[in-house]
Design a protein around this ligand. Structure first.
Ligand code: DOR
Ligand code: ZN
Length: 456
């Protein structure tokens, strides 16, 4: 290497510093309805960000002057601005399955769905059970992701449920929670040890609650539809007994337990009772478990196959009640991209899961339109709720915090067109579904990372 190439010749850009005559970059989002349930904010306000952070949120005033090259002005009259959405359950598939999704495509799909932060699961190849894989993810995300990507480390080595991962090293490398999601932790003694370690690290453990002996070879919900279709069913009890076990272990150890993708009435009843006793238990529900029942499987549609499976109407009613009374802390996508290789096969052989990042907000606003939850509850479930469950310091419009926000057109009517997804995968049962309400601009650290184009 020539010496010259080691010498920096370009002029260094001076740091933004108002006192020395440099203008700091400023953003104003003007005239929107600003809704931040965590701080009780719901009014027509201007949001001002400086240097990538919230500087002030205040009523518009006639003396306001946002002229000048340093101002980035977003006219948002008639729109809704909320804290940047947070998805605590995505599968980004990198490393190992980049043909389904990679960090870049998944993060771009998330930005298009209105998300400014996502947490990605550990079931990659190799599994994220070592600091080197975690660093690979965070480095890659820093290079290609327009939004914040926070890794979840595996609870056990190789997701095999036998030996604990190096949880401390995973935390040091940047993991914000631990989970074997996709696989239940079969051995209760291993789960107990994992919960014990997690308390000293003060990070939550996310449980994929499924008793494998009861799931057996089941491929859909056990009930009238599975009987009619001749498919092997998975009983609600498969989820309920694991939720009961993990709550008991969380109470034994004092650990923070988060139950992923609850789908049954029994699970939410157990979680509600545990919360009432003061256990450190939180949970999430996925949009598909809130909006589709097992009837969607009729026709052997593999896009309706996921783990846990779509359940019966009475379960959906129980989940809706649990959203309403706060038992469910978060709506999380379980974004699970698969290609046609895994989905264009007979039902029994198809992979579990659907993509969710680009439909989650529309489906959640649909619950508001149907009178199931209020708009403020919907926003909580996608912002401060998930942030609190994971112990992440975001999800609210706080002065001084990173200026992450989502601008929503609450009246926009649109139809789900999977071929237009930014995700690499198309496995959704919602193709052709009419939605109302959509993220039209996503802002991270004061920078627009997604803006809806005229073609949608
Ligand atoms: O449907 C699912 N898909 N559920 C899981 O728990 C795992 C996920 C995946 O990784 O595809
Ligand atoms: Zn998952």
């Amino acid at each position: 290497m020539k010496l010259k190439s080691l010498i920096r010749t370009e002029k260094r850009e001076a740091p933004p510093d108002e006192e020395h005559g440099y203008k700091m970059k400023r953003l104003v989002v003007k005239g929107a309805r600003v809704l931040d349930p965590a701080t009780g904010l719901d009014a027509k306000l201007n949001i001002i960000a400086m240097g990538g952070r919230f500087a002030s949120i205040r009523p518009p005033h006639e003396d306001d002057n946002y002229e000048g090259a340093e101002w980035d002005v977003v006219e948002a009259e008639g729109l809704l601005v909320v804290p940047g959405l947070i998805d605590i359950h995505t599968h980004l598939r990198e490393p190992g399955f980049e043909y389904k999704e990679d960090i870049e495509s998944g993060a771009k799909a998330a930005a298009a769905g209105g998300f400014t932060t996502i947490l990605c699961m550990a079931n990659t190849e190799p599994v994220n059970d070592s600091a080197s894989v975690t660093r690979l993810i965070t480095k890659r995300a820093a290079a290609v992701s327009p939004i914040k990507v926070l890794p979840i480390g595996a609870l056990t080595k190789g997701l095999e449920g036998r030996a604990l991962s190096e949880m401390g090293e995973l935390k040091d490398a940047g993991c914000v929670a631990f989970s074997d999601d996709g696989m239940p932790v079969k051995d209760p003694a291993i789960m107990r040890r994992a919960l014990e370690y997690s308390t000293s690290l003060n990070l939550p453990v996310i449980s994929h609650a499924e008793e494998p002996a009861l799931t057996g070879g089941g491929v859909m919900n056990e009930g009238v539809v599975s009987t009619r279709m001749g498919l092997k069913g998975i009983p609600n009890a498969s989820e309920d007994v694991m939720v009961a076990r993990d709550i008991a272990l969380a109470e034994l150890t004092g650990a923070r337990l988060h139950i992923a993708h609850v789908s049954t009435r029994g699970a939410v009843d157990l979680i509600r009772a545990a919360k009432a006793r003061g256990a450190k238990v939180t949970c999430e529900a996925a949009p598909h478990h809130l909006t589709l029942d097992h009837g969607a499987v009729v026709g052997y549609d593999t896009f309706a196959k996921m783990s846990p499976p779509l359940r019966a109407e009475e379960d959906i009613a129980a989940l809706h009640a649990a959203l309403k009374d706060g038992t469910i802390d978060a709506i999380a996508t379980d974004h699970a991209p698969h290609s046609s290789i895994e989905k264009d096969v007979e039902f029994d052989a198809a992979a579990n899961g659907i993509v969710g990042l680009e439909t989650a907000l529309g489906l959640t606003l649909g619950l508001v339109g149907d009178g199931i939850i209020s708009l403020a509850q919907a926003v909580t479930l996608l912002t401060s709720g998930p942030a609190r469950a994971m112990g992440i310091n975001s999800g609210t419009l706080k002065i001084g915090a990173s200026a992450d926000m989502t601008i929503i057109d609450p009246d926009m009517e649109w139809v789900v067109e999977p071929e237009k997804f930014l995700s690499k995968s198309r496995n959704t049962p919602y193709g052709g579904r009419a939605m109302k309400g959509r993220a039209i601009r996503t802002i991270v650290g004061g920078e627009t990372v997604y803006e809806m184009s005229a073609e949608g």
